[in-house]
Design a protein around this ligand. Structure first.
Ligand code: 4AD
Ligand code: MG
Length: 431
């Protein structure tokens, strides 16, 4: 039997007879010579079918094969400078597993809406493959960082009894006659887990019924959230910069080819090393005013504000101590200025905006209860969360990093929709 090989490691098989199982990406018909570009998920190789070298039936199959047909080719691997990738396959056998119908995505330009309707096929394009590979590397790096720095993975529930990040973006569902909500964040459950394990992280899909269409928002996105007992805002910021730098450096090291395919200028990414610049919300407002932006102290930053702030620095910036009124109910107040919260956002450079949100959590039960009431949240659903402040409460902090925003930034993409295999956006749930 001929050994099965993958395109990625084809160089190891020079001179050998191998089989490649994949799909026909493109074809050039030169009469007695058929050049088939075969992709197998790891790369693309040129398979050459010469009429005189193969049975008539095999040559016919090569002639008939259509774009995206699933095919199995066997032949000898030989080095050839002219071939894309430096190697080609001199075909001796070819089997068309399924002859594809005329493929809707052709090399011509398609509109975004058409591509989104065909997302299940669009994923096969080299650009989408590169993004998916980078996404997988970002996720691998996230897990690797926490797993090797003393954090324990704790999976948090997706069906939850109450809001974490405000009631305006909740997805509600029926839970045998009661209301349940898709998790906006795993944070509250991670806070419970730190009293068992010290340092934890959760990682999973999170849901927000965002009613606006922007290039940064999805309705379903993936978030990785570390949480640490006995940790304050400074510890949180320190972790954030180490973590983000680790992710970026991992992608630079392990996904160079994909960044190149995307045409990403990696110079700004190479600068992403700790420490990151830090500034308070107050300082950020001053910068906005000095740049002539009309911004009211006490408001949350919009995308143009975040872009203007990040422009000031070459690395991601840690903006801390936002007014309590713009943040979630669980934020610990700044003891020196209680109108501020011990919160932090990490803003990515190059106009990509917030990739991390987090900070120090309220440790005191009475204050937490007061905030739950002020935010009109159902206290009953938070009894267990309040309990955490009754049995061994500690100062603690953590944050959440949005995977898709991070991938958009690292890849240099215009829009977040390409960062996740099947994006969920306003009025779009197909495919
Ligand atoms: O700032 P957020 O809302 O913070 C939390 O959910 C905290 N509970 C996390 C924590 O402290 N454990 O969201 C965190 C990050 C944002 O910085 C952003 O990267 C991403 O999640 N994010 C979104 N990404 C895509 N689409 C959306 N609609 C997003 N909303 C938030
Ligand atoms: Mg936020």
């Amino acid at each position: 039997m001929v050994e099965r090989a993958c395109v990625e490691s084809i160089a190891q098989h020079e001179g050998q007879q191998v089989t490649i199982k994949g799909w026909l990406y493109n074809k050039t018909d030169k009469g007695k010579l058929q050049f088939l570009l075969v992709r197998d998920g790891t790369g693309i190789i040129q398979a050459v079918v010469l009429e005189d070298d193969v049975p008539a039936q095999t040559f016919e199959a090569a002639q008939m094969a259509t774009q995206e047909s699933s095919i199995i080719v066997s032949g000898t691997v030989r080095a050839d400078e002219r071939a894309p990738g430096g190697y080609e396959l001199a075909v001796t056998e070819l089997e068309v597993v399924q002859l594809a119908e005329p493929y809707p995505i052709t090399p011509k330009e398609h509109g975004v809406s058409f591509l989104m309707d065909h997302r299940h096929l669009w994923l096969r394009s080299p650009r989408q493959q590169a993004i998916l590979k980078i996404r997988a590397e970002v996720i691998r790096a996230c897990r690797d960082y926490f797993d090797s720095n003393g954090f324990t993975l704790v999976d948090t529930p997706i069906l939850t009894p109450a809001a974490c990040e405000g009631t305006s973006t909740l997805f509600e569902t029926d839970y045998f006659g009661e209301s349940a909500y898709l998790a906006q964040s795993g944070q509250l459950y991670s806070e419970a887990s730190i009293a068992a394990l010290g340092k934890v992280y959760c990682f999973g899909p999170t849901f927000r019924a965002e009613k606006s269409k922007t290039r940064r928002h999805l309705l379903e996105f993936w978030m990785v959230e570390p949480e640490m007992a006995y940790a304050d805002l400074d510890d949180c910021m320190h972790l954030a910069e180490e973590f983000v730098a680790y992710i970026v450096q991992s992608v630079l090291k392990n996904r160079k080819a994909q960044l190149e395919l995307l045409g990403r200028d990696t110079t700004p990414l190479e600068r992403v090393e700790p420490p990151f610049p830090r500034m308070t919300y107050d300082e950020a407002v001053e910068i906005l005013h000095s740049k002539g932006l009309d911004f009211q102290w006490g408001d949350d930053f919009g995308a143009p504000d975040e872009t203007a702030l990040a422009e000031e620095f070459e690395r991601p910036v840690l903006v801390n101590r936002y007014p309590t009124q713009v943040k979630a109910f669980y934020m610990e107040p700044d003891p020196e200025r209680p109108e501020l919260s011990l919160s932090v956002d990490c803003l990515a450079p190059e106009g990509y905006g917030e990739i991390i949100g987090g900070g120090q959590r309220i440790a005191d039960r009475d204050l937490l209860l007061q905030r739950i009431e002020e935010h009109d949240l159902p206290a009953q659903a938070f009894q267990w969360y309040l309990d955490l402040r009754r049995y061994g409460s500690t100062p603690h902090s953590g944050f959440g990093l949005g995977i898709e925003r991070t991938v958009a930034w690292i890849c240099g993409l215009e829009h977040i929709r390409e960062t996740i295999p099947f994006p969920r956006m306003l009025y779009r749930i197909y495919p």
